[in-house]
Design a protein around this ligand. Sequence first.
Ligand code: F6R
Ligand code: ZN
Length: 189
Amino acid sequence: MQTKNAAVEPFSLEIDIESGILKNATNHLVRRASDMRGHYADGAALERLIAGENDPLHYEVFEVPVSEERGHLMYCISKLQPGRVGEECFMTKGHYHADAGTAEIYLCLRGRGFMAMKTTEGAWAAQEMSRGRMVYVPPFWAHRSINTGDEPLISFCVYPGEAGHNYGDIEQEGFPRRIYLRQGRVVIT
Ligand code: F6R
Ligand code: ZN
């Protein structure tokens, strides 16, 4: 039986919900449009965006990590910019957890969009994200967030300390459906 986790004193942090900033974050991951090559249906449109808008910011993750072990909870702020690649809505890369049998909770703090999810067996689901809405990502489901709105899509995410990230498998498989904004309407194909 596990008795003790790495010693962490109780603490509290402030989140600026409007700007999506976790104050005093020690990890700040930045993904730009050029980091998203291979993820959008229209690769040429992505290249035009990179060249024409000086490789714009795509999304950020703010973390104050705790020990990545069972018993602890990892948490972060995910902030995805609004925008389109052609007509496809900006999205995160998406991943399975490295320990695939670990779940995650996303609490949306601002913006509009979807959490797209899939399993290795081919099941697919999308849940709406909007301020105050929570999405439960079950164990074994890859997940990516997609911004269909015109402001940042900001979420607070919580997942088990041991979860880790596996980007490779979903990069190979891809997600079976995509989300577009056409004439102002969300279209899932
Ligand atoms: C953590 C998690 C989120 C994402 C973040 C960026 O397990 O799901 O914090 O890491 O939204 O997306 P990815 O990791 O797909 O680049
Ligand atoms: Zn995750």
